[in-house]
Structure formats: structure tokens, C-alpha cells
Design a protein around this ligand. Structure first.
Ligand code: F0G
Length: 457
């Protein structure tokens, strides 16, 4: 596979250390075989998340130095305002400390008990913030999204027929707003097409329902549109982004992804009355509307990072790095969600380890083995995270897929690092049948993947 070189050179480095196999084994035991409980220092390549883990540029570090820490009306806020208006085009915005804070404020302002919020697929914090207000999130992604081998170019698309039927069933009064997540993280980092976004906007607007975009990885989504959707080849990613956001009434964004900052978020809207409510919520929970829970330097770095995240040389390299890793795994017979998404490679662990049943956590087994083999941390997205017990029948429901997500931090690791990861997984593949499952020894009732402890079987 052709691999274009990284469009940057390295000026500051952070050393990483590959500890020995016995040290890794001891670290695993100490962590109860839960990779969230490892010390980051004991990890060589950390692919747990691409959120807040990217490398800032020299311009962003310079922005940090220029940050204005005034409580109200800081210069850095006005720099950010120019970037946000230029890129997204909404009338009003507030900064927030991260994406979930924007989701919390939006849900607090709009969601009432028993109301529904449809999306292609809600990310888990969005889902939880809607539920926290008594609301009910609904996922209406196209069926192709559930088949990991299906090569559909826009597997993040919403099923328009399902959306229409959903609105007909529950009615506008029960749907305070509708959403769509670009790219669809919960479904493999898959993009949504402009055609689908237009159709979704039309359906929401015909019913009088405000339309919000979860824009965490919007730049990657726009670059996929440029690459894959007829009619967009010669448009710039900026133009595509403007076209996308012009369809919506607002957006929530975790800036820790495509704005390439270590902390930050945005909430944008066009409705003046809603904006007034948002500012009141923000002051209560985050801070004054011109800093929203961030330091002035964070606002400044975000203003710079928003433009860098749209740079097409960077985006071409970014998506290619992800697809390079996936291709290397696929060539070795390791199945991943197809086509490869923007920010992560999702290994289909139940196909790599068919002898381990879902109740013995095959994706957890693969994640633990990858740390043992290469000191590499990925993230289980399978039965540890999503299996749930039906309180009425006492029957466990298991998710359809057992995935190991390898999320790639932005501008942080090189191609050699990707080769190191691929080589480690290939070695595991050759002895896959010797891997065993895991048993939970401790699990809290909610969000158990963060703190659960395991024992090897
Ligand atoms: N929306 C999407 C699509 C996300 O992927 C995330 C975070 C959020 C919202 C919440 O943003 O973390 O800034 O509060 N995703 C991270 C991940 C945590 O690892 O995928 P946040």
C-alpha cells in the first residue's frame, strides 16, 4: 500500500518506554486485567482513544502563550469566535470544557421526561446526558452499519424511512430535537453523506424539529465526502463543512478530536431564545459565556486547531494512517469493520477468537493479549461495555459485535508505530486458539468497563 509521509516534522518529543514482558504481566495483574486501570507510563503505544491525545502544533503552543486569561471578554474568546463563525456559520456559540458539557447543557435546556431524541447512533455520553434528563435516545442508523463486512461508503447514514416512521409514531411534541453524529463513532467511525444529511434535515424541518449535529469528527467526515461522494471532488473541506452546518440548527462538539486540542468543546445554535437559556445553564455549570470552563489559553489553542483540523494534507495523511493499519491487519487475515473509518480501526474480535463465547469477553481477551504482547492499549467495545441484564427476566443481552477499537491519536504516532501494532496483532493471530476468556470478579452496575476487575479463565 502507498503511504504518504507525515506532513510535519518532529520538534518536541515525549519519550515512551517499552517495559519488559514480566513487568507487563505484573501490571496487568495489578490492574485486574482492566486496561483502564494501567498506569499510562507502563504503556508503549496508547490507542485507548483519539480524544484529547493528539499532538499540538508549534502554532497551537504559541497560541497557549498568547492566551488571554481575562475573566470576561478575553481576546482569546474573540479569536475563537472568528474561527467558529467562519467554519460553522451558526449565529451563537459558547465554549465548553468538553463535548459532554455541551450535551449536558443542550439536554438540560431542551429535554423533558419521556421525550425522544433520535440520531444515527448517539455516542455514550450523549445517550447518558439525554437519559439524565429523563429522555430517551433512539438510534436509527442504516442496517448496513451492523454488518462489519459491508463496504457501504457511508455507513453512518441515518435510515430515512425509519426516521419518518419514528416521527409519525411519537410526534413532534415528543421530540425536542433530532441529532446526527459525524462521523459515527459508536458505529465504527463511519461517515454520513451530504445527501443523507440533506434528507435528514428535510425530514426534521418538515416536522418542525430542530436539527443538531454532533460534530466531534466533522472534518474527517467532510474529507470522506470529498473522497467518496460524487459532486464534491473539487470542493474544499471548508466549503463542504459550511454546506453541512448550513443544514442544521446547531451543534455540539468535542474539540478534543478534530480541533486537535487536549481539552475543549463547543455548543452552537441559531435560536436566540435557546441561546439565552444555554448561557444561563453555562454560567451555572461551566463558567462565564466567554470562557465556558476553559482557560483563555485553551480557547486560543482551539481557535488555531480548528483550522489545522481542516487542512487537507493533514486529513489525507490522517485517514491514510488509519487505513494503513487496517490494511496491514486485513492482509494478515484479521477482520476489521469495513470500510475503515476515520479515527480508529475496529478489530472484529469474535471472528478472531470464535472459540471464546461472548460471556467470556473475547474482545477483552484480545485487548489484554495486545498489551501483554506489545505493551499496546486498545479499548474493548463489546460485552464488557454493553452487555446488560434484563431486570424482569434476569436474562443477559449481549451486543451483536465484540470489537477491539484501536483509536489513533492525531499527529502523535508514526508509521513505524503502526507497523509495531500490526506486527503484534499478527503474532497473536498465529496463536489465537490458545487465548482464553475472562471472568468478572468485580463489576459496578453502571458503566462497568471503567472499573471492573477480571480473572483469566
Ligand atoms: N460525541 C462523540 C461522537 C464522541 O466520540 C465523544 C467522545 C463525545 C461526543 C464526548 O466528548 O469526551 O469531549 O466529552 N469520545 C471519546 C472517545 C471519549 O474515546 O471516543 P468529550
Amino acid at each position: 500500500m502507498h503511504y504518504s509521509p507525515e506532513p510535519f516534522r518532529i520538534k518536541i518529543i515525549e519519550s515512551i518506554r517499552l517495559i519488559s514482558r514480566p513487568e507487563r504481566e505484573a501490571a496487568l495483574k495489578e490492574a485486574g486485567y482492566n486496561l483502564f486501570s494501567l498506569k499510562a507510563e507502563d504503556i508503549f503505544i496508547d490507542l485507548l482513544t483519539d480524544s484529547g491525545t493528539g499532538a499540538m502544533s508549534q502554532e497551537q503552543w504559541a497560541s497557549l502563550m498568547r492566551g488571554d486569561e481575562s475573566y470576561a471578554g478575553a481576546r482569546s474568546y474573540y479569536r475563537l469566535k472568528i474561527a467558529v463563525e467562519d467554519i460553522f456559520g451558526f449565529k451563537y456559540f459558547v465554549p465548553t470544557h468538553q463535548g459532554r458539557a455541551a450535551e449536558n447543557i443542550l439536554s438540560a435546556c431542551l429535554v423533558k421526561p419521556n421525550q425522544w431524541v433520535p440520531s444515527n447512533m448517539h455516542f455514550d455520553t450523549t445517550d447518558a446526558n439525554i437519559r439524565a434528563r429523563g429522555g430517551r435516545p433512539a438510534n436509527l442508523v442504516i442496517d448496513e452499519a451492523h454488518d462489519p463486512a459491508n463496504p457501504h461508503p457511508f455507513k453512518g447514514n441515518m435510515d430515512i424511512a425509519k426516521l419518518k416512521a419514528f416521527i409519525a409514531t411519537y410526534g413532534r411534541e415528543q421530540i425536542p430535537f433530532g441529532m446526527i453524529t459525524v462521523t459515527n463513532n459508536a458505529g465504527g467511525g463511519q461517515p454520513v453523506s451530504m445527501e443523507n444529511l440533506r434528507a435528514v434535515a428535510d425530514v426534521y424541518h418538515a416536522a418542525g424539529i430542530p436539527f443538531f449535529i454532533d460534530a466531534a469528527r466533522y472534518a474527517e467526515n467532510c474529507f470522506f465526502i470529498k473522497q467518496r461522494e460524487p459532486g464534491f471532488e473539487s470542493k474544499s473541506v471548508n466549503e463542504i463543512a459550511r454546506e453541512m452546518f448550513a443544514l442544521a440548527d446547531g451543534m455540539c462538539m468535542s474539540a478534543k478530536k478534530d480541533a486537535i486540542v487536549n481539552i475543549g468543546g463547543l455548543l452552537c445554535v441559531n435560536d436566540e431564545n435557546l441561546f439565552a437559556d444555554i448561557k444561563n445553564e453555562l454560567i451555572l455549570r461551566e463558567g462565564f459565556p466567554t470562557y465556558g470552563g476553559l482557560a483563555g489559553r485553551d480557547l486560543d489553542a482551539m481557535a488555531t486547531g480548528l483550522y489545522e483540523g481542516l487542512n487537507e494534507d493533514y486529513l489525507a495523511y490522517r485517514l491514510q494512517q488509519t487505513s494503513y493499519l487496517a490494511t496491514r491487519l486485513n492482509e494478515a487475515g484479521l477482520p476489521t469493520i469495513q470500510p475503515t473509518g476515520g479515527h480508529a480501526v475496529y478489530v472484529v474480535a469474535n471472528e478472531v477468537l470464535p472459540h471464546i463465547p461472548n460471556y467470556e469477553f473475547p474482545a477483552q481477551s484480545l485487548a489484554v493479549e495486545l498489551y501483554r504482547e506489545g505493551s499496546i492499549r486498545g479499548c474493548e467495545i463489546g460485552s464488557v461495555m454493553f452487555a446488560c441484564l434484563d431486570p424482569e427476566t434476569s436474562i443477559w443481552h449481549y451486543p451483536k459485535l465484540e470489537l477491539l477499537r484501536l483509536a489513533i491519536p492525531r499527529r502523535t504516532y508514526t508509521q513505524t508505530h503502526m507497523d509495531f501494532v500490526a506486527d503484534a496483532l499478527c503474532r497473536i493471530k498465529s496463536r489465537a486458539c490458545s487465548l482464553r476468556g475472562y471472568r468478572l470478579t468485580y463489576a459496578p452496575g453502571l458503566l462497568r468497563h471503567f472499573t471492573a476487575r477480571f480473572e483469566p479463565l
